[in-house]
Write a protein that binds this ligand. Structure first.
Ligand code: ADP
Ligand code: ZN
Ligand code: ZN
Length: 743
């Protein structure tokens, strides 16, 4: 089926008509209002609506002649906020599908599709910007201005010196009261303004490298399948040039006047990809991510919507960018868990993107060096096309992972002597070294040696982490902090000790050990803005020998050719995790981190420290490729009947007491009971969540699991109407998570 993104004009309304609106509140319903006879009635327009004692913004969904609401209670819509709909017919259809599939409140879903800036009752401001340009001025006028009107003269000279003209923001820096002098210059025909020029198809920026034989072959196959809906998985080892293949596909679509959405995991901090796209496609793209203000994100959304730019590069929510000529969606690092939204509206951006591509009858390309098991399974079942890139076009192959056994070895700041020796070797050869440790802070465990007291969060079932520069204990789940006690709060003894290491301690240790080399730490505490990130990473870019240490933030996406050694510390936690996903995540991280090294003209090396070198998963990491390991994990999942061989829906509740949370889920369980019994659907729970108390609330869950998706949908279809009426209040909240990532 093909949807066009043209707006629909609804039929002329009769004087007594009503409209249904989506309002951003967590209720499974829409709201009817009476419409004044002059009100414009197009789906996708925003209105200000009376609501309770105040007002709320609503998105018009449909109009009708009648309503179930008693006439004396119905209210009249206050004012229309838009000249043209902010959501296209296609986007409303996609949102409705999302709400239906993920069982999310429709109002919240529709608002999620808008940039944050439009979720309030703001009118759209033009995102085009005025630029003032100089006109030829004769010598006499120039002299008169210079003597009589110094302010005008100063601004005129500044405008003359700017080849692309000056906008209001720039003029203001020259003279805060620029308005009236510029107006006077306009009247004298010394300057005139124009809108910022739309980026019409721009000549290529940087020339594309010649694709390797492997890349060309993948591109050649793919490009013949771009004219209709199809899902393509590009499974290419780290550094194999997937990005170059995406670029070629984008180029092809731009030549056909089509637009492209290019999704990446969180890029708020990393400018590398943005720079690369800019070099390649000049001004034809916008990017949108959490490093921008709401207004900047709105600007990006609006420019893409108006077709002023043809590429939208951004994170998860950019999936909802609208445009008239969408021709391709690309999802890089498709395995990344940041595509699954875990709060507010619960959806998986990759899966919604596939639905969107299907609705528009366009292709979608997923790419990763470590594809998700879901996607690999879909390739095996021939739902997706599969392409492989097995070589790096210029550099050495990614290094094989090697285990460093840490049993019977004394660690120094978390590193074994063997690891320190390898680091030393690489640094002294002028290389850069990456050390991955997925734990922030100084030490994760603080205890009293005398009585065994542990530093726990008061609001969560979690330990407090010691952060040293401030000597604070911090909860990583709720942000609770307290000073490090000098005496044990239980027994008063002063023998308080810390155990384990985090990135802060690692940084200190490595600085002490390698004083002549810079140590760059990247984690959420060290880096809070793009500028900070850029500043820290600068040394890396110079190619100077240095150490890069950090958490998840350094594990993916970066391409620094100077790195020749990657080290993974403390991967063992994953071997004993309660999560069935832990193994898969460990393997993905190991290959991603390992793949950061050896991208330049020197061969790379990758090490994993472990106390369990005989564990089958650790053994597999050193002897098999990602695909083979993924395949065996898939076999295991099949035997156990876990996703992707079954589907999971989890109802979660949180409340001020565990009893309340459990009781709410019991109530939901009762609604499900009859339907579950008739079908091959397993219902597990309610049980307390793994971390039962979080941010002061107690959490429990009820899980539905089935190998037969249709049967699971059948249960939900029957039970949801009753469940939707169960209140979700502040004291007891419940939500549903369809295709939950974990159990
Ligand atoms: P991936 O996205 O698979 O990790 P990239 O596209 O980032 O890989 O490529 C890795 C490096 O190799 C980049 O520095 C890129 O510029 C370079 N590269 C990719 N393809 C080619 C090619 N055909 N010729 C020369 N260099 C290439
Ligand atoms: Zn004590
Ligand atoms: Zn906490």
């Amino acid at each position: 089926m093909a949807f066009s993104s043209r707006d629909i004009a609804l039929p002329e309304k009769s004087p007594a008509s009503f409209a249904s609106f989506a309002i951003s509140i967590p209720l499974y319903r829409v709201f009817d209002y009476d419409m004044a006879s002059s009100a414009p009635l197009q789906a996708g327009l925003r209105y200000r609506l009376p609501f309770g004692r105040g007002s709320k913004t609503g998105i018009l969904l449909s109009t009708q002649d009648a309503t179930d609401i008693p006439l004396e209670r119905i209210k009249t819509a206050l004012e229309c906020l838009d000249d043209t709909p902010v959501l296209s017919e296609h986007m409303i259809a996609l949102a409705r599908w999302l709400a239906e599939y993920y069982l999310q409140p429709p109002g919240e879903v529709l608002f999620q599709c808008l940039p944050g800036y439009l979720r309030d009752a703001r009118r759209i401001k033009p995102t085009r910007v005025k630029y003032w340009h100089a006109l030829p001025v004769d010598a006499q006028l120039r002299e008169r201005l210079r003597i009589r009107s110094p302010r005008q003269y100063e601004l005129l000279v500044a405008i003359e010196q700017a080849p692309d003209g000056l906008n209001a923001a720039r003029l203001k820096t020259i003279n805060a009261g620029w308005h009236s002098p510029v107006r006077a210059l306009e009247a004298r025909q010394a300057v005139k303004w124009d809108w910022s020029k739309p980026a019409v198809v721009h000549p290529m920026g940087q020339a594309a490298p010649v694709l390797s034989q492997e890349q060309s072959q993948v591109y050649a196959e793919l490009k013949n399948r771009l004219n209709r809906f199809s899902v393509h998985l590009l499974d290419g080892i780290t550094g194999s040039g997937k990005t170059e293949v995406y670029f070629s596909l984008i180029q092809k679509q731009l030549e056909q006047q089509r637009q492209v959405i290019y999704l990446v995991p969180e890029i708020g901090l990393t400018t590398q990809l943005i720079e690369r796209v800019k070099l390649r496609f000049g001004e034809q793209f916008v990017s949108s991510h959490s490093g921008l203000t709401a207004w900047q994100r709105f600007q990006a959304w609006d420019r893409f919507r108006r077709g002023e730019v043809n590429i939208m590069l951004g994170t998860r929510s950019c999936l909802f960018s609208q445009c008239d000529r969408l021709g391709l969606i690309i999802i890089d690092e498709e395995h990344d868990s940041s595509y699954k939204q875990e709060d507010g509206i619960r959806y998986h951006a990759r899966d919604v993107a596939i639905k969107r591509a299907q609705m528009l009858d366009i292709p979608i390309v997923l790419g990763s060096a470590t594809p998700s098991l879901e996607s690999l399974n879909n390739c095996e079942r021939e739902h997706y096309y599969l392409y492989r890139l097995l070589h790096r076009p210029t550099a050495y192959p990614p290094p094989c992972l090697r285990l460093i056994d840490t049993r019977h070895v004394k660690l120094v700041s978390g590193c074994s002597p063997a690891v320190l020796q390898r680091i030393d070797q690489h640094l002294s050869q002028g290389s850069q070294v990456l050390v991955y440790l997925n734990r922030r802070g100084y030490a994760p465990v603080v205890i009293c040696h005398e009585c065994g007291w542990h530093a726990y969060c008061q609001q969560c079932d979690a330990r407090l982490t010691l952060h040293q520069p401030v000597n604070q204990l911090l909860c990583h789940h709720c942000g609770y902090t307290q000073g490090l006690p000098t005496a044990c709060p239980e027994c008063g003894h002063s023998d308080i000790k810390h155990y384990g290491i985090g990135t802060e301690q690692l940084e200190q240790g490595l600085k002490r050990r390698f004083p002549q080399f810079p140590v760059i730490r990247i984690d959420r505490d060290a880096v809070t803005s793009r500028d900070e990130f850029a500043q820290r990473i600068r040394k890396l870019q110079t190619g100077q020998s240095c150490l890069l240490i950090g958490t998840q933030m350094i594990a993916k996406g970066h391409d620094y050719p100077g790195i020749t050694l990657s080290v993974i510390l403390d991967a063992d936690q994953a071997l004993f995790s309660a999560s069935y996903r832990a193994g898969e995540r460990l393997v993905q991280t190991a290959f991603q981190v390992g793949g950061r090294s050896g991208r330049g003209d020197r061969e790379g090396e990758a090490l994993i420290q472990t106390r369990f070198p005989e564990h089958p998963l650790m053994q597999a990491l050193t002897s098999s490729c990602y695909r083979d390991i993924a395949h065996s994990i898939l076999q295991e999942r099949k035997m156990l009947g876990f996703p992707p061989f079954s589907r999971v829906v989890i109802f979660r509740a949180d409340a001020l007491s565990l009893d309340q949370a459990m009781a709410r889920l019991e109530q939901i369980g009762l609604c499900l009971q009859a339907s579950v019994r008739k079908r091959e659907v397993k219902c597990i729970g309610p049980i307390p969540a793994l971390m039962t108390r979080r941010v002061g609330r107690y959490r429990a869950q009820l899980c539905l699991l089935s190998k037969n998706f249709q049967q699971l949908r059948g249960v939900l279809r029957e039970a949801m109407p009753a469940i939707k009426n169960i209140p979700s209040t502040h004291s007891v909240k419940w939500v549903v998570d369809v295709d939950a990532y974990d159990l």
